[in-house]
Design a protein around this ligand. Structure first.
Ligand SMILES: [Zn+2]
Length: 195
């Protein structure tokens, strides 16, 4: 939903009325109807539940509505809206480098930081900690990558007879060399089975 559509209705219209207008508006050219699916308003309605009733400018309402909110940063989104309503500033996410060993925690913090960076860019409030939070985000992403890579590596199978790694997709229990050794041990030099 772009700002032009959001701000199309008269100034007295509520956010909900604007969303209904957007939902019902026929915006897709007839030729593209088969190819393009109109954006759902479900996410906007969720954000409207948080910002509805606050005295934000039309532009600020739109910024909050279209911010990258997800289930795992919804709680922080509430904090952002409260902060901004009170002081026109948003506080950075808390404890950004506390629990670097938990991939779920890292994913949640990264999405909070992304929300913060998006809002600080679009609402243009003064933020002295922006540079630090950028650095924190890079640290969190590197840690998450490392954990995911570790998981992948530990899921890699080893050959039952030697330390060779087989790769996750390998369906066998032995590496090629051990398999050949094993097979050849069962036969004599003329390929007759040894009992
Ligand atoms: Zn082997």
């Amino acid at each position: 939903m772009d700002f032009e559509i959001f701000s199309f209705l008269d100034e007295s219209a509520t956010i909900r009325e604007r969303l209904i207008y957007f939902k019902d508006a026929d915006l897709i050219p007839p030729k593209l109807k088969e190819l393009v699916v109109k954006e759902s308003v479900a996410r906007y309605v969720e954000a409207e539940g948080v910002i509805g009733g606050r005295k934000f400018s039309l532009k600020d309402q739109w910024v909050f509505l279209t911010a990258p909110i997800k289930n795992n940063n919804m709680e922080y989104f509430h904090t952002c809206v409260r902060n901004y309503d009170k002081n026109k500033v948003i506080r950075i996410p808390s404890n950004t480098t506390v629990l670097l060993t938990d991939s779920k925690w890292l994913e949640d913090k990264i999405s909070e930081i992304e929300l913060y960076l998006n809002l600080s860019r679009t609402l243009k409030f003064k933020d002295s900690e922006k540079e630090q939070i950028h650095k924190d985000k890079q640290i969190l992403i590197a840690e998450l990558d490392r954990i995911l890579l570790d998981k992948k590596l530990s899921a890699t199978k080893k050959c039952k007879l030697c330390p060779a790694l087989l790769g996750i997709m390998n369906p066998y229990q032995y590496c090629n060399k051990c398999y050949e050794d094993k097979v050849s041990a069962r036969y004599d030099s003329e390929y007759r089975p040894i009992y």
